[in-house]
Design a protein around this ligand. Structure first.
Ligand SMILES: Nc1ncnc2c1ncn2[C@@H]1O[C@H](COP(=O)(O)OP(=O)(O)OP(=O)(O)O)[C@@H](O)[C@H]1O
Ligand SMILES: [Mg+2]
Length: 413
């Protein structure tokens, strides 16, 4: 037995893990070699010299009071402690406390085995702080992306403003000239009325008939009569067109500041976007719309409009002389598919994987920033949709946007 004791003792002594044996009142009566080394480490920097007598002398926080209580009651306690050391990285230990009992099952001693996990601990806290840093960086990036979306939108609106001004100028121009004609016509009509009044007041209106007749002819009243309704209708149309453009601009640029998903009609978005960029497209492309029967979808309309605009502008820019841009929509299960195609220059196969990269552009310096598709991709992703492209150089390009009818997690019917 004694032989075994001696053997066990030398085994424990040689263990790499620190092992202490403590009395019930936590005095140290045995410490193996690793434990003695730990003692040196844990008391380093303190004023104490010589071997500590009690475990609390080693470090006041080494053994939490409840650990002993737990060990007494259940026979064992396992846990982890991190001991702050003066100016050095904390000493992290996993501890195992075992209550040692005598023959009558009374607790007489405790064993305390420790394992130094400082390295893992340091790694873990480093990872945690890295993670926190990444989280912050991520938040910042998100903010930047939103700004980018906003400023790209503003930039393209800036570009479009000139086109829109032109679109508005045209109807305003003919309404303006119609107003001048209308002023002339009213003057003529008023002169004729005056002649009639004069005839009526004269006592013998019939004798004025010829004068009035001549005046009517010289003022071209017959023509005025037929031209007037046309003129008014044309002006009304012009004003209506301006109103529509302004409304579309408003629809388009409405910043959904609260970023709310609302049920919206995609066709309306496509129409107002087409209207807005009409000036860029009309000289180059015939636009063929094939709108399917689709329900409203949950989306942020101004963001989808921006996607449509970026893709439609690209389509127009891909057409050299004259071509066709197709816009079609369809329902595919619980998704809406928007397909925008052109018969322009197409995209070489080796460039296809790059076109959604931020700042990738094949357009001359100062023309494209290469953000249109990158931003569109982000916006479609935000809508839990997908955007795909197929292209044949020399034949054309087709963009397919798939959008879910409802956003995940939404409980709207
Ligand atoms: N319909 C298309 N036909 C041919 N090439 C296209 C088409 N759409 C996109 N591309 C290619 O993808 C590139 C990236 O498009 P993206 O819209 O992201 O940037 P951009 O049009 O060059 O510049 P920006 O849109 O910022 O003004 C384009 O430069 C072009 O080479
Ligand atoms: Mg573009």
């Amino acid at each position: 037995m004694n032989e075994l004791n001696a053997m066990l003792r030398s085994v424990v002594d040689a263990l790499q893990q620190p092992v202490f044996v403590l009395t019930r009142d936590l005095r140290i009566i045995y410490a193996n070699r690793a434990a003695r080394a730990l003692t040196v480490q844990a008391t380093l920097g303190s004023q104490r010299v010589g071997a500590p007598e009690r475990i609390a002398d080693l470090h006041p926080d080494l053994l939490p009071p409840f650990a002993i209580e737990m060990a007494k009651q259940t026979g064992e306690w396992n846990g982890e402690v991190a001991l702050p050391l003066n100016g050095r990285r904390p000493l992290a230990l996993t501890l195992q406390v075992i209550a040692l009992q005598d023959d009558s099952h009374g607790v007489t001693h405790f064993s305390l085995a420790a394992r130094d996990v400082s390295f893992e601990y340091a790694r873990k806290s480093e990872l945690q702080s890295r993670n926190a840093e990444l989280e912050i960086a991520n938040q910042r990036l998100k903010g930047t992306q939103e700004q980018l979306v906003q400023s790209e939108k503003l930039a393209s609106i800036g570009q479009l403003a000139a086109g829109v001004a032109h679109e508005i100028n045209n109807p305003i121009g003919y309404v303006h000239s119609n107003m001048a004609t209308l002023a002339q016509y009213s003057e003529n009509l008023l002169s004729l009325i005056k002649a009639y009044e004069h005839a009526l007041q004269s006592g013998s209106p019939a004798s004025h008939a010829q004068t009035v007749q001549q005046l009517s002819q010289s003022l071209d009243i017959d023509f005025v009569r037929s031209d007037l309704p046309q003129l008014i209708e044309e002006s009304r149309e012009g004003v209506e067109r301006v109103r529509k453009i302004v409304q579309d601009l408003k629809d388009f640029s409405r910043s959904d500041a609260q970023d709310q998903f609302v049920k919206s009609d995609i066709h309306r978005g496509l129409d107002s976007t087409l209207n807005i960029i009409w000036n860029d497209l009309k000289y180059k492309a015939q636009v063929v719309k094939t709108f399917g029967d689709i329900p409203p979808i949950e989306c942020i309309p101004s963001e989808l409009n921006q996607v449509f605009m970026n893709i439609l502008l690209n389509a127009g820019q891909a057409i050299r002389e004259r071509g066709i841009v197709t816009v079609s929509t369809s329902l595919d299960g619980d998704h809406v598919v928007v397909a925008i195609g052109d018969d322009g220059v197409g995209i070489p196969e080796e460039l296809l994987p790059k076109i959604f990269d931020p700042f990738f552009t094949t357009k001359p310096v100062g023309t494209g920033t290469g953000l249109g598709l990158a931003i569109s991709y982000g916006l479609i992703k935000k809508h839990h949709g997908t955007i795909d492209v197929t292209s044949t150089p020399g034949e054309g390009t087709l963009f397919l946007i798939r959008l879910p009818l409802r956003q995940p997690g939404s409980n709207k019917a």
